[in-house]
Design a protein around this ligand. Structure first.
Ligand SMILES: [Zn+2]
Length: 509
């Protein structure tokens, strides 16, 4: 049984697809006006694992993640940079795709762009006007919150409470007039010089919320199963999406379950306006790319998955020096995640090496420890995608591999071999569900080593030359020279490993 925490019902519930065996899943994608940060990345990684696991459980998932390429923030940024609006969105859409790739996120089945769905958006707005829950005013169109009694249900805020809060908000300057403070824009009339698209209400652009309603409907139908996004989107974005779609199609339409991921708390989440040094650190570590360059995208993903997606996760940034503007930065959470990945890939490499020799064990018993960990792993993911527990189960399986490879499992040879074969299959399955440890160990380990060398200013060519000299010395039985070279490398934090396939090396911690 798969259970998910539904924000609307405020509890964990059994996931029941509307159509047996199939699931429609919509995730709010990026607004492409800047590079994404770790907080954005968390949502995409969290729901990527959800999609992978649901598919592994045999469900046919249609995964839709949009690109918001028409929005006020984009207009503002294009203006600031003096860059063409469309060129800016193309640039950041491409950057987003690179970031998703580095985080090992699967491509969605559909990735609709707002700029290609103006027709659907305009039709949905027309329908809302026809049904009496929206009105136009001087080129703008607004959703009439007072005509939609279910407003506030998703974010659990009674309408009167919201109305009281809305009055203190500074009203956005627009051509049209809202009838009530909570009403929100579905269509915004263009001001001079702004990019615009034609509509029955004159040239303008859609509001952010209506874009998602229209695109979800187009690819998943009026009613679908799962809707995901960061908790910061629950209000007003998702509340408004829901109001629009239910307003157009009636109760029971749109998403059945609402999944929200928690925040990434930077240095304990205590950045105040007065703390200048924390603000500088935050800016320096803000872009996901800074973190990926340093530790690799898979380590960022592994870090994000150490906590179940709904819980907040703490992200620590340390300046290694007095001047926070220039001191090298350290990210202990990512260092730890990269270490764990290195351990995983070294284990997988070792496992593949051991299994490449000799022949398969055939049918028969395996060690008890290897029997049930994958079930534990998958049950953890069934339970609202508890990646923290799933990672723990995977970690135990890797440790078991090493125990067997170290000759520490007391079992007949064929049982040991069969157990390793099963571990290899099951670890591959787990890797596919988490999107971790899926790379070729050799290529990941060499990229990892290159990052370590860059960070510690180690010359890899020098290390290779020392190792070649040591191999030669050993060949000539000059063991004193060989040992001296090993010690010299050790002093330079290089650990060398003699394997059946030759001598390899890694940067020691
Ligand atoms: Zn959305």
């Amino acid at each position: 049984m798969i259970r998910v925490h539904d924000t609307l019902q405020r509890k964990k519930v059994e996931l029941e697809p509307r159509r047996p065996g199939q699931l429609g899943f919509y995730v709010c994608g990026p607004t492409v006006y800047n590079f994404i940060h770790l907080g954005n990345a968390r949502a995409f990684v969290a729901f990527d694992v959800a999609v992978r696991h649901l598919r592994a459980r045999g469900l046919q998932v249609t995964y839709v993640r949009n690109v918001t390429d028409i929005d006020d923030k984009i207009i503002k940024r294009a203006h600031e940079l003096g860059e063409d609006f469309a060129a800016l969105t193309r640039r950041f859409t491409a950057a987003f795709h690179e970031d998703m790739k580095s985080l090992c996120c699967l491509a969605p089945d559909f990735e609709p762009r707002v700029s290609e769905h103006l027709g659907e958006i305009v039709r949905l707005i027309e329908r809302l006007i026809e049904r009496g829950v929206a009105y136009s005013s001087a080129g703008d169109v607004y959703f009439s919150v007072g005509d939609f009694p279910a407003y506030g249900e998703l974010s659990h805020q009674p309408l009167d409470q919201l109305e009281a809060g809305a009055r203190v908000e500074v009203p956005e300057e627009r051509a049209g007039q809202k009838r009530a403070p909570l009403d929100f824009a579905l269509w915004k009339a263009a001001k001079p010089g702004e990019p615009s698209w034609p509509s029955p209400w004159g040239p303008g652009r859609p509001g952010w919320h209506i874009e998602c309603s229209a695109m979800a409907e187009k690819y998943l139908g009026d009613a679908f199963d799962l809707h995901g996004g960061g908790i910061d989107l629950a209000f007003p974005h998702h509340e408004n999406e829901r109001a629009q779609s239910l307003g157009a199609h009636g109760a029971g339409s749109f998403a059945r379950y609402w999944l929200h991921n928690g925040f990434v708390n930077f240095n304990g989440g205590k950045i105040s306006k007065s703390d200048e040094s924390q603000k500088i650190l935050f800016d320096r570590a803000f872009r996901l790319r800074v973190l990926v360059e340093r530790h690799g995208g898979e380590a960022v993903r592994a870090f994000l998955l150490t906590t179940q997606y709904r819980n907040p996760i703490g992200f620590e940034v340390i300046a290694d020096g007095d001047d926070v503007r220039t001191a090298p930065l350290r990210f202990p959470g990512l260092e730890e995640a990269e270490r764990r990945l290195e351990y995983g890939y070294l284990t997988l490499e070792r496992l593949a090496g051991a299994l490449s020799i000799g022949k398969a064990a055939g049918e028969g018993p395996v060690a008890k420890e290897a029997e049930s960990w994958l079930a534990t792993f998958q049950e953890a993911l069934d339970d609202d995608f508890n990646t923290a527990e799933a990672l723990a189960a995977q970690g135990e399986a890797l440790a078991l591999c090493n125990r067997i490879l170290d000759g520490k499992l007391d079992a007949p040879k064929d049982v040991r071999r069969r157990t390793l074969e099963k571990l290899q299959r099951d670890l591959t399955q787990a890797a596919g569900e988490l999107g971790l440890l899926e790379a070729e160990p050799e290529s990941w380990l060499s990229a990892h080593r290159a990052r370590q060398c860059a960070a510690r200013k180690i010359d890899a060519a020098w290390v290779d030359a020392q190792i070649a000299e040591r191999t030669q010395a050993r060949g000539q039985k000059d063991f004193a020279r060989a040992d001296a070279l090993r010690d010299q490398l050790k002093h330079a934090h290089i650990e060398i490993m003699d394997t059946p396939r030759g001598t390899t090396w890694r940067v020691a911690d």
